[in-house]
Design a protein around this ligand. Structure first.
Ligand SMILES: O=P(O)(O)OC[C@H]1O[C@@H](O)[C@H](O)[C@@H](O)[C@@H]1O
Length: 266
């Protein structure tokens, strides 16, 4: 069966890919491609990036239970499924703070060695609203100190752990040798590569309608403080998160916005 559904998760099988997505947060927890796990985890951030706003860190999409909307395309070359979120599934405490009416759609497509994820936001309220969002993809790597992200050279970055210092990336490859938490702003290059993952040959990430890219690794001390993260796991992940976080997207009543990411396992 290409799609198996249980009470709390959906498993997709297509070609050499097996993907698991939990209804809680529509969180993608696994992508095994060609026998190797390629993802660490991939939650969704909406409508608030980090602590920058009235909601708890990263907003409510990742802590709400999404609806399974089923298969939209299934043939020899493609499997596409979707998940939906409406206000009635948002925890009451957050709903009180962010009370706009909306509809979210999260679409996941498997084609060959690619995994596409698309977030669609519908403003179903009578007034406008603004939001920030991210596809918070943790890429699995064998040793994060060996990996590098290529494609960010020359872009402006805000260094969150260094008093939000603004600078320009001068390196060909962004590497991790300590805690990293950087927002690369207005990255007009839409294709990034993650090299030296030592799991397959790496990844190509392409983005559409997402302006910014966050690169994050918590490193040793923060990993120890994180309840849902083993002490040594910081070595096996690098977050390369496409999003709109530096400035919010404004959506008029009846408006629809969509942003997409394509991960290619190489
Ligand atoms: O621990 P959380 O809430 O999942 O957030 C993880 C990280 O997510 C990243 O997107 C942020 O840039 C970091 O600042 C944050 O620490």
């Amino acid at each position: 069966m290409p799609v198996e559904q249980s009470q709390n998760k959906v498993t997709l099988k297509h070609g050499k890919s097996t993907v698991q997505i939990y209804l809680l947060g529509a969180t993608l927890t696994s992508w095994v491609f060609d026998g190797q796990e390629r993802i660490f985890v991939s939650p969704l951030v909406f409508p608030q990036f980090g602590p920058k706003g009235p909601l708890p860190q990263h907003g409510f999409a990742r802590v709400s239970k999404w609806d399974w909307l089923g298969v939209t395309t299934e043939n020899a070359s493609e499997l596409t499924v979707s998940f939906g979120l409406k206000p009635d599934a948002v925890p009451e405490s957050q709903r009180k703070i962010w009370s706009h009416d909306f509809k979210l759609l999260y679409t996941v497509t498997l084609i060959g060695n690619t995994l596409k994820t698309k977030l669609t936001v519908h403003n179903t309220s009578s007034g406008p609203f603004g939001f920030t969002s991210l596809l918070h993809t943790y890429i699995r790597v064998k040793d994060v100190t060996k990996a590098q992200v290529v494609g960010l050279t020359g872009y402006t970055l805000e260094d969150t752990i260094n008093n939000n210092l603004i600078s320009t990336e001068s390196r060909h490859g962004v590497t991790v040798a300590g805690e990293v938490d950087r927002v690369y702003q207005n990255v007009t290059n839409n294709i990034l590569t993650i090299e030296n993952t030592h799991i397959g040959a790496g990844f190509i990430i392409s983005k559409s309608n997402f302006k910014d890219v966050v690169v994050w690794n918590p490193w040793i001390e923060n990993a120890k403080k994180m309840a849902d993260f083993d002490d040594e796991e910081y070595l096996n992940m690098i977050c390369v998160e496409v999003g709109n976080v530096a400035s919010p997207i404004q959506l008029a009543p009846g408006g629809v916005w969509e942003g997409e990411q394509t991960l290619v396992a190489i």
